[in-house]
Design a protein around this ligand. Structure first.
Ligand code: FE
Length: 208
């Protein structure tokens, strides 16, 4: 089985959220339109994600479509931290759509009612009928390829597309929050992680 071929599948980047007593969300790349009338989409979310638990409980989820100009703080907060430990929406600008928070800056948002659930070994696939939507204020949706190749983002281990990477490098600095790696002798003092926005204190030096 050649895992590399799967990298040629195309994806976007999204924040999927849900709300019970507490609200939570996570970054996913697996939102797909299934039918047009009624408008139904699917999304695949790891069993370990708190958002998965909340969607199963409330049967409702939100989708915010990320743009290429997304604030790195959004990827850092929703992609690499657990909502069991913090309120991810606390320092993020949001708007209310049918009772759920969606990102204020995005390429569009949707609220879905869960109409079916399919379990796999590691992820749950939720089918959701779109019950409301907004168009958003950003033009260019971010693709997963743009995230990897232009922003040099990494896949967290819960992503369906995660594969172990073993590219040999010389001296790299690794962001301890999101896993972003940059090859450089020394980091400039005002350097910030382009993925999650952390300062150089969040980086560790790795010799490879
Ligand atoms: Fe980072």
């Amino acid at each position: 089985m050649k895992h590399k071929v799967l990298r040629n599948l195309s994806y976007g980047m999204y924040v999927v959220g849900a709300k019970d007593e507490k609200e939570n969300g996570c970054i996913v790349n697996t939102v797909v339109q299934i039918t047009s009338d009624p408008a139904v989409i699917s999304v695949s979310i790891n069993h370990d994600n708190y958002t998965n638990e909340l969607i199963k409980k409330t049967k409702k989820f939100s989708v915010s479509i990320l743009g290429e100009q997304v604030d790195p703080k959004i990827i850092g907060t929703f992609g690499y931290q657990s909502g069991r430990d913090l309120n991810k929406y606390e320092n993020i600008e949001t708007e209310d759509l049918s009772g759920l928070p969606v990102l204020k800056d995005s390429c569009g948002t949707m609220i879905c009612r869960v109409i079916n659930i399919v379990e796999t070994t590691t992820h749950t696939i939720f089918l959701g009928e779109v019950i409301s939507s907004t168009e958003g204020n950003m033009d260019q949706p971010m693709t997963y390829r743009y995230y990897h190749e232009v922003l040099k983002g990494k896949s967290p281990k819960n992503a369906p597309t995660y594969v172990e990477e073993s590219t040999p490098k010389k001296t790299v600095w690794k962001c301890k929050v999101c896993g972003y790696e940059v090859e450089m002798d020394e980091l400039p003092s005002d350097y910030r992680c382009p993925i999650c926005g952390q300062p150089i204190t969040a980086f560790e030096r790795i010799e490879k």
